[in-house]
Design a protein around this ligand. Structure first.
Ligand SMILES: Cc1cc2nc3c(=O)[nH]c(=O)nc-3n(C[C@H](O)[C@H](O)[C@H](O)COP(=O)(O)O)c2cc1C
Length: 170
């Protein structure tokens, strides 16, 4: 599969470690994987102007880094969202990117999706998991798994091995 990972972290730390483990596992099974560091991109929030659904014919009126990730989102067989938890949701950067896909609706090809979340404390992922389940139900994409890491689990060998195994067996 062609797998696109959208990483909402602006740092190369805990979420990146989860993403790297995923890439290692998935590539070892022959998948083609690419990470998009959405956390460091400039993607503005949706204006709700409906240009995309009228004159724009699927094209967003705002010209920013969203244009860099949209082709990958459309071409992927599998989509992975990865993010730290910032005040009980994924980061503003990745939320802006997810909301901007309103311009195209459902992705063209993806049949599978997964979610990787990193946080300081346990019990802080519920809102993001609920959002992801609603997203997969709406897009009719199979939710193949959600992996969370909290506190000392971040960068732990056990958690990274769990992610590698998960990605290897997709
Ligand atoms: C702005 C901000 C908000 C955060 N909010 C939460 C939170 O609500 N719950 C939590 O458990 N951790 C929270 N954290 C901690 C991060 O989720 C945690 O350190 C995570 O591992 C960071 O991932 P990263 O290394 O990829 O940036 C927050 C961190 C920051 C910077």
């Amino acid at each position: 599969m062609k797998i696109a990972i959208f990483n909402g972290s602006p740092r190369k730390e805990n979420t990146s470690a989860m993403v790297q483990a995923f890439i290692e596992g998935a590539e070892s099974a022959g998948h083609e994987v690419k990470e998009y560091r959405v956390g460091n991109m400039k993607i503005a929030g949706c204006l709700g102007c409906e240009y995309c659904h009228t004159k724009g014919n699927g094209i967003c009126v705002q010209k920013d880094d969203f244009e860099k990730i949209l082709p990958a989102y459309q071409e992927a067989d599998m989509i992975v969202f990865a993010s730290p938890i910032y005040y009980f949701t994924m980061t503003a950067q990745i939320e802006a990117a997810i909301q901007r896909v309103y311009s195209i609706g459902k992705p063209a090809k993806a049949t599978k999706a997964a979610l990787l979340l990193s946080s300081g404390s346990p019990g802080t992922h519920d809102a993001s998991i609920a959002q992801f389940k609603a997203y997969t139900a709406y897009t009719k994409i199979e939710n193949v798994g959600v992996i969370t890491a909290s506190g000392a689990e971040n960068k732990s060998e056990a958690k990274l091995n769990e992610i590698k195994t998960f990605a290897k067996n997709l």
